[in-house]
Ligand binder design. Structure first.
Ligand SMILES: N[C@@H](CCC(=O)N[C@@H](CS)C(=O)NCC(=O)O)C(=O)O
Length: 218
């Protein structure tokens, strides 16, 4: 493959971690840059990436935003390891599990971000955790890790959840709260963490989140 790829990303983002993870798993050559102008909100970045979000990639001079679209493209363009099953129904089921992350679990986690460092907002934080717990309960019924979501090998759906499953705990703990993680989800999370490249990406993301939390608590 001779694609030239630049990833625009920030270290704290679970969506950026998903793309980084797929790039690393497939041993794709790429360079990573922070958004132009220092923030994804800058005018310079918006000129380059009209959607104004991270992650985005520049692939052979063309811009693509949205982690889900990006990892699907990487899966289409690059070979092993395959992160999507060949069977259309299996593939659609895993995609629906990925969508549950993007439309339910992560948005609930996101409501906690502005509350970090605000002990006076403990009741709001509890409500956020309750929302997350409701989604975690549903996720517990939705998935059947064997040991990964698609069976014996990692899938794009696993890549979507890997850092979120740790981030939700790390952020909730700063407010002396903890999300309700079932044995099934906890076992799956351990499997992800025991997988070499995945652990590396999780550790990088957790370090960035820990540094971000420190800035909020001080
Ligand atoms: N659905 C998007 C979500 C990415 C996202 O929300 N990124 C945040 C940073 S973690 C962002 O860029 N927010 C600014 C915005 O979306 O306007 C994806 O999967 O890439």
């Amino acid at each position: 493959m001779s694609e030239s790829i630049t990833l625009y990303a920030v270290p704290e983002s679970t969506y950026c971690a998903r793309v980084r993870l797929v790039l690393e798993l497939k041993s794709i050559e790429y360079t990573e840059e922070r958004p132009a102008g220092g923030s994804y909100k800058s005018e310079d970045y918006r000129r380059l990436v009209p959607a104004g979000s991270v992650p985005a990639i520049n692939i052979n001079g063309r811009i693509l935003h949205d982690s889900d679209a990006i990892v699907e493209l990487l899966e289409d363009l690059f070979g092993e390891p395959k992160l999507r099953p060949a069977d259309p129904l299996d593939r659609a089921i895993l995609k629906s599990i990925t969508r549950f992350h993007d439309t339910r679990l992560e948005p609930a986690l996101r409501t906690l971000f502005p509350l970090v460092g605000h002990s006076e907002k403990f009741e709001d934080a509890k409500a956020s955790i309750e929302m997350m717990n409701e989604h975690l309960d549903r996720l517990d019924v939705l998935v059947n890790p064997r040991p990964y979501l698609g069976g014996e090998t990692l899938s794009l759906a696993d890549c979507a959840y890997a850092t979120t499953l740790f981030m939700m705990e790390d952020i909730a703990n700063t407010m002396s709260l903890s999300p309700r993680v079932s044995q099934k989800i906890s076992g799956w999370r351990n499997t992800l963490y025991a997988t070499d490249v995945v652990r590396q990406i999780i550790d990088q993301n957790r370090a960035a989140i820990a540094a971000w939390i420190t800035t909020k608590l001080n």
